[in-house]
Design a protein around this ligand. Structure first.
Ligand code: ADP
Ligand code: MG
Length: 692
């Protein structure tokens, strides 16, 4: 296989466009993409023709507007290219109109009440910043989704707006520093963790098959204690699957780079080389779909749930984030040239301030019932946001904050960076895997995101928050008489105010949770709690200032997130009860029957085996206990159904339903340890987590 040759062959990328489009059209489109402008409609027909020709040459029969509604999934509706012509014949047709705009029933997607069935019309519009691609004989066109009244109904529009906001404010700062560039771009590399299990074992477990996680199950005896899995040898079966995954991703133009075994048994990771965030979001969706599609071909199921198995590491998605210029300069690269050091410090401190002020938003971006199971658990950051900078960079900030720098002449002031900053490079070695938001040499790595989530919201919130701080800085610095002096005053002031978000220590410890509490940070351990901090005056104003969301759109999102959380917990609780009532309880009854028969026989034969009787009693007691807990769980679920207020309903899930589920699990897991394996109704952890 000639990889450079096949790379991107399923994508209508810039190089393919160049081949298929007339020169002037290609130039206009390229300009639109590079400058993030709106597409000139006059060239749409020409592009559509070229796309059709390209797609037909690759066997496509259909096209689909592909978009990302507010459910963390992607949506697609396939339309064939056929149109009737004379004599009962057809021809293949695709126009600029079809390319640019589609219609959808928006009321059937999460919309938080913005669209009712009576006002259902929604539109999908081509996002020409993201390339069209072919999958299963359909030409997919990345689009955005909004309502008839122009309300945002997807994850891409806010993201694109946030990219623009960050671009605009960064350019203002760079201009002040005398830097010429046309565009500032957010770059993202998303590391994706996942589990692989055998499909027959998966299908034999109602909990896994329906909720994506095991609701019952005694943890593995031999789990990850021996630390043999991380970077372990890839089992041949998995290696074959991974090779197919790489090939498929490369054909789609996705820069699949790293793959390895992760810490837990049957857990793996794949990471692409970073790209522009808009593309990274699409590519991560495609990557998750490819993992699942191809796993099925190999009789595996790819689990993207954040915590499929208790007692083992959960799966996250590390969002590596940086900003760079169209000239290829990474603005978070600490360099040894003084002027750029000022630039580096300004951007760095803007990010620190943004995370400090809007930390709750970042937490909310990662909030879901499934990620709640992971955060604060093994190898996952706690639900408290803090930033890791490493010792060297922290020292640099301390030096700036102590005011030593400002006492020196402006030339020396700018030069001082030279002495300190070369050391920063060492920080790329210095890792703190416990931190949720860590500086890793020339980028920040946000580790709180769950493995199943879209990365769009996180990057939207982060871009917007940083843009907002840069705006504040630009407003202030643009009117300064002495720019350099003002920069130093600003930096000093901001470091003093926002350093409380910095923490280089171990984030897993109870000591940090206490310290964080003292510093005024919440430990928002569940989605219900986190969402209480979503609709605040501060957040509404932030998104309004940069035209990302109107208050109505933000409130609609809150409703959607609360509903989603409630339904996810409700489904889990109901499935748990079903498994208990229809699988576990009958199985245990059968075993008890066998035990009682044994006891009777032993008595009639006058054989003394007190163990059997004891076991019978013990199991019976536990079953009775489980019945009580399950009855109460049933009652709590019903109580939740009656609650009208969404927040109260979500709180009820977090405070009452989930802890009750945990109790049921505990008792059932002890039963699993006591009941003969032959009677147990589904595969155990040891059986599922053995794919070799
Ligand atoms: P780790 O050691 O954290 O597991 P990986 O190699 O698995 O590192 O992943 C690091 C990710 O960070 C990759 O996706 C990589 O492309 C991405 N990355 C590197 N530089 C940047 C950057 N400037 N902006 C965004 N992402 C970046
Ligand atoms: Mg990695």
């Amino acid at each position: 296989m000639d990889i450079p040759e096949i790379f991107g062959e399923d994508t209508f990328s810039l190089s393919e466009m160049q081949k298929y489009l007339p020169e002037d059209v290609f130039e206009k489109l390229q300009q639109t993409i590079q400058e993030g402008k709106v597409l000139d409609l006059s060239i749409a027909d020409s592009i559509a023709n070229a796309m059709l020709e390209w797609a037909l040459a690759r066997g496509a029969t259909h096209y689909a507007h592909w978009f990302q509604p507010l459910n963390d999934c992607t949506a697609e509706k396939h339309e064939s290219f056929i149109i009737p012509i004379e004599n009962g014949k057809i021809k293949m047709d695709f126009s600029g109109k079809m390319l640019i705009k589609g219609e959808a029933d928006a009321s059937s997607f999460p919309n938080g009440g913005m669209c009712t069935t009576a006002t259902a019309r929604g539109y999908t519009v081509w996002d020409c910043n993201s390339y069209a691609f072919i999958k299963n004989k359909t030409l997919f066109i990345p689009t955005v989704l909004f309502s008839y009244n122009s309300q945002v109904l997807d994850k891409k529009i806010p993201l694109l707006k946030s990219i623009d906001a960050l671009n605009k404010q960064s350019l203002r700062i760079l201009k002040l520093l005398g830097k010429e560039c046309k565009r500032v771009i957010t770059t993202v590399g998303a590391e994706q963790e996942y589990f692989l299990v055998d499909s027959d074992k998966f299908n034999a477990r109602t909990d896994l098959a329906i909720t994506g996680r095991t609701l019952f199950g005694t943890p593995l005896i031999k789990g990850q204690q021996l630390e043999k899995n991380y970077y372990g040898i890839l089992p041949t079966r998995v290696a074959k699957l991974m090779a197919e995954i790489d090939e498929k991703l490369w054909r789609l133009g996705i820069l699949a780079k790293t793959k390895h075994c992760e810490v837990a048994p049957c857990q793996f990771e794949i990471a692409p080389i970073f790209s522009v965030v808009n593309i990274a979001v699409d590519h991560n969706q495609l990557l998750m779909q490819t993992l699942q599609d191809l796993a099925a071909k190999h009789n595996f199921v790819c689990l993207l749930h954040e915590k499929p198995f208790q007692g083992l590491n959960g799966s996250g998605k590390h969002n590596n984030w940086s900003i760079c210029t169209d000239t290829g300069e990474n603005l978070l690269e600490p360099t040894d040239t003084p002027a750029q050091n000022m630039q580096f410090l300004l951007f760095l401190i803007a990010i620190i301030q943004a995370v400090d002020v809007y930390h709750n938003l970042l937490r909310i971006a990662c909030a879901s019932a499934s990620n709640d199971q992971r955060l604060g658990g093994q190898e996952a950051p706690p639900a408290i946001i803090s930033i890791f900078l490493g010792d060297n960079l922290t020292k640099v900030l301390q030096a700036v904050a102590s005011g030593k720098l400002s006492k020196q002449s402006s030339k020396q002031t700018l030069n001082i960076g030279v002495d300190i900053l070369p050391e920063i490079a060492k920080d790329s070695i210095d890792r703190n895997r416990t931190s949720p938001f860590a500086f890793t040499g020339n980028k920040f790595e946000f580790r709180m995101l769950g493995s199943s989530a879209s990365i769009a919201d996180t990057n939207t919130y982060l871009n917007t928050a940083v843009a907002d701080v840069l705006k504040e800085y630009a407003d202030r610095l643009e009117s300064a008489d002495n720019l350099q002096a003002e920069i130093l005053v600003l930096l000093k002031e901001k470091i003093a105010k926002h350093s409380k978000i910095l923490y280089n220590g171990d984030n897993y410890t109870a000591a940090w949770r206490e310290e964080a509490n003292k510093r005024g940070f919440f430990n928002l351990t569940n989605t219900a709690e986190a969402l209480e901090h979503f609709i605040t005056e501060k957040n509404i104003a932030l998104f309004a200032r940069h035209s990302i969301f109107t208050e109505e759109e933000l409130r609609a999102r809150e409703k959607i997130f609360l509903e989603k959380y409630y339904h996810e917990v409700w489904i889990e609780a109901k499935i748990m009860l079903t498994i208990w009532n229809r699988e576990i309880y009958p199985a245990v009854q059968r075993y008890l029957l066998q035990l009682s028969e044994l006891v009777i026989k032993q008595k009639t034969l006058a054989v003394k085996m007190p163990n059997t009787e004891q076991k019978l009693l013990q199991i019976t007691n536990r079953v009775e206990n489980a019945i009580e807990i399950a009855t109460e769980l049933e009652r709590l679920v019903k109580e939740g159904n009656l609650l009208q207020d969404r927040q109260k309903r979500a709180n009820h899930c977090a405070k009452n339903i989930l802890p009750q589920m945990e109790q049921l699990r505990k008792v059932v897991d002890t039963l699993e340890e006591q009941v003969d394996r032959e009677y147990w109704p589904y595969p155990t952890y040891a059986e599922i987590l053995n794919i070799f």
